[in-house]
Design a protein around this ligand. Structure first.
Ligand code: ZN
Length: 204
C-alpha cells in the first residue's frame, strides 16, 4: 500500500507523521509551496518518508498555460524542496493527475506532451489506482473516508489522499485504514522510482 498525500504540508502533517510512526508505516508526500509549514518538509524526510513534487502554485491556469510554464513551476518546487531538505527528487504528480481535463481549458494537448516530456527529463510521474475520496467536493466524515479507502484489493495500491488544513477527517480515518490493510498483509511503503506508477489514460 502506497499512501500518497497531496498538497501539503499543512497543520496536520505532524499528526499524519505520528500516526504513520505508530504503525511503522511509510508514505509519500507530493508537496507544494506551503511557506507556513516550511519546517515540515525536512521532517517528512527525516522520518523516513518519500518527499515528491506536486506543484509550486497549484494554479491550473498558469501551470497548464504552456509546456515551459509547467516546467518553470516544477523547477520552483523542486528547488524549494531541495533547499528545505537537501533532497533532489525526481518523483512527481501532475496537478489534477495525468488524466486531468481542466488543462484543456488552457492548452489543448498539453498533457499528451507533458506526460512524455517529464519522462524524457528523467522524472517519474505517479497517478493513483485508489482514493480515499477526501477531495470529492463535499465534506466527508472520517467514517466515509475510511469506507472509501478500504475497498481495494490490488496487489499494489497507490492511494490518493490529501494533507491540507481542510482535511482533518482524513487524519481521523488514517489509523483504521492502515489497520485494515496491515491486517490483510499489506506493507505501507514509500514510493520509489521503481514503484507502480498507476498511470491514468491521458485525456488532453
Ligand atoms: Zn493537488
Amino acid at each position: 500500500l502506497y499512501m500518497t498525500f497531496d498538497d501539503g504540508p499543512s497543520k496536520y502533517t505532524d499528526d499524519i507523521l505520528d500516526i504513520l510512526d505508530q504503525y511503522g508505516a511509510k508514505a509519500t508526500f507530493f508537496v507544494m509551496y506551503q511557506p507556513d509549514y516550511s519546517h515540515m518538509y525536512k521532517e517528512i524526510v527525516d522520518r523516513g518518508h518519500a518527499i515528491a513534487l506536486h506543484t509550486y502554485s497549484h494554479d491550473y491556469a498558469s501551470i497548464y498555460s504552456s509546456d515551459s510554464a509547467y516546467f518553470r513551476d516544477l523547477q520552483k518546487i523542486s528547488d524549494y524542496v531541495y533547499n528545505q531538505t537537501g533532497v533532489r527528487t525526481n518523483l512527481i504528480r501532475f496537478p489534477g493527475g495525468g488524466s486531468n481535463t481542466i488543462s484543456r481549458d488552457y492548452n489543448y494537448g498539453i498533457m499528451s506532451r507533458l506526460t512524455r516530456e517529464v519522462e524524457n527529463r528523467g522524472y517519474v510521474y505517479f497517478d493513483w489506482n485508489a482514493s480515499n475520496e477526501d477531495a470529492n467536493g463535499r465534506a466527508m466524515s472520517w467514517q466515509q473516508i475510511r469506507d472509501a479507502a478500504i475497498g481495494y484489493r490490488q496487489q499494489e495500491i497507490v492511494m490518493l489522499m490529501h494533507d491540507t488544513n481542510a482535511k482533518y477527517t482524513t487524519v481521523q480515518a488514517l489509523p483504521s485504514i492502515i489497520e485494515h490493510y496491515q491486517a490483510r498483509g499489506y506493507h505501507c511503503l514509500a514510493l520509489t522510482e521503481d514503484s507502480e506508477t498507476a498511470h491514468h489514460g491521458v485525456n488532453n
